[in-house]
Design a binder for this molecule. Structure first.
Ligand code: COA
Length: 328
């Protein structure tokens, strides 16, 4: 496990503040005016706690998210696709670096975050606990899951916490390129041979439910949305993000003559909202509790990487013994 880490004395002192009502009112007024909150600014404890939870989960999703596609680097069809998927996987790890750095500004060290990931305490996105069985699964991830991430991240990039928004802005530029490579792979399969189309349809059937889950439980079931939206950490509710995504991507899937595996899916003309069949929320909760098809395998890889990287971290220790974080 990691040890050490660095939180400045000033940050520690700030974490001791109680949520004084005057400070809270001034903080909320700043948020209402659309100002960014920076690490040295006063912030309510709950805002700090929520940001750490969310940014940390997001960072974990990036490093774990690199794994399903990473297994396809050696098997991607052709040299160009291999190069593209390799670059994409590297980008995802870079996104994790940016996000861990953003979360560290709030006082939780990278070492604590990684310890919480590998011990199973912290969550990460449900979608990365499913296997990428075929190249078509990689195309679905690259097109439809990256698209879902972009919907979430372009909205949240306009949020209130400066370091997170700046990280998201940079991430979105790269994700937009990932989406292009995913779309290209997806369209090649959809317009390819009968066998390619069948394999793609099967992959879409496997991924559709996890994609619906990706945006989180319905607004009625969401635990954190109200608070996060009030403080402009989340810029839209789970259902609104999901609806926006369906607006954009259902037509793109259908124009390729693929079938979305939900006979009840339709847009209600009166409300302008998508109606869909029961996505089996029990499955979602089981997966995020650690009981999905690949949770154990994913964490085992991270544990392996952590154990085998110990010597690198030790080599980075200066004589003083003070640990240097990779971005220090
Ligand atoms: N995968 C795993 N867990 C999820 C999830 C998902 N797709 N969606 C929701 N959850 C978890 C939440 O983390 C929360 O659990 P916790 O209280 O133990 O932390 C619980 O389900 C209740 O959900 P909710 O109250 O709606 O959580 P939220 O307000 O944080 O909204 C997200 C969930 C994913 C929309 C939000 O956290 C978010 O926008 N995160 C940043 C983007 C991100 O992480 N993307 C993933 C990979 S690109």
């Amino acid at each position: 496990m990691y040890g050490g880490g660095y939180v400045s004395e000033e940050q520690r002192k700030q974490m001791q503040f109680d949520d004084d009502p005057e400070k809270l009112a001034a903080f909320e007024a700043r948020i209402d005016r659309g100002e960014k909150i920076e690490p040295q600014d006063w912030m309510p404890k709950e805002y700090r706690k929520q940001l750490i939870r969310m940014i940390e989960q997001h960072a974990h999703s990036e490093i774990i998210g690199a794994l399903p596609e990473g297994t396809w680097i050696t098997r991607a069809p052709g040299f160009k696709r291999k190069m593209a998927i390799m670059a994409k996987v590297q980008d995802e790890i870079g996104h994790a670096q940016l996000l861990y750095a953003a979360a560290e500004t709030l006082g939780k060290t990278r070492e604590q975050m990684l310890n919480d990931l590998i011990s199973g305490k912290s969550k990460y996105s449900n979608v990365f606990n499913y296997p990428a069985k075929t190249w078509s699964d990689v195309a679905v991830i690259g097109f439809l899951i990256d698209a879902a991430a972009i919907v979430n991240q372009t909205l949240n990039a306009k949020g209130s916490y400066g370091p997170y928004c700046r990280a998201l802005e940079r991430i979105c530029y790269e994700e937009a390129f990932h989406l292009k490579q995913g779309h290209d792979a997806f369209v090649s399969l959809a317009t390819g041979s009968k066998r390619m189309r069948e394999e793609l349809q099967e992959a879409l059937n496997r991924w559709w439910r996890p994609i619906i889950h990706f945006f989180g439980p319905s607004d009625k079931q969401s635990v954190h949305s109200d608070k996060l939206m009030k403080w402009k950490v989340k810029m839209a509710s789970n259902d609104d993000m999901r609806n926006q995504y369906l607006d954009m991507y259902v037509p793109r899937i259908r124009e390729l003559d693929l079938t979305i595996p939900d006979p009840e899916l339709r847009k209600d003309p009166d409300t302008g909202r998508w109606v869909f069949g029961d996505p089996n929320w029990d499955e979602f909760y089981e997966v995020i509790k650690g009981n999905g098809p690949c949770n154990e395998e994913r964490l085992a890889v991270r544990r392996w990487a952590e154990e085998n990287g110990t010597w690198v971290r030790q080599a980075l220790q200066p004589k003083s013994g003070k640990y240097i974080t990779p971005l220090a």
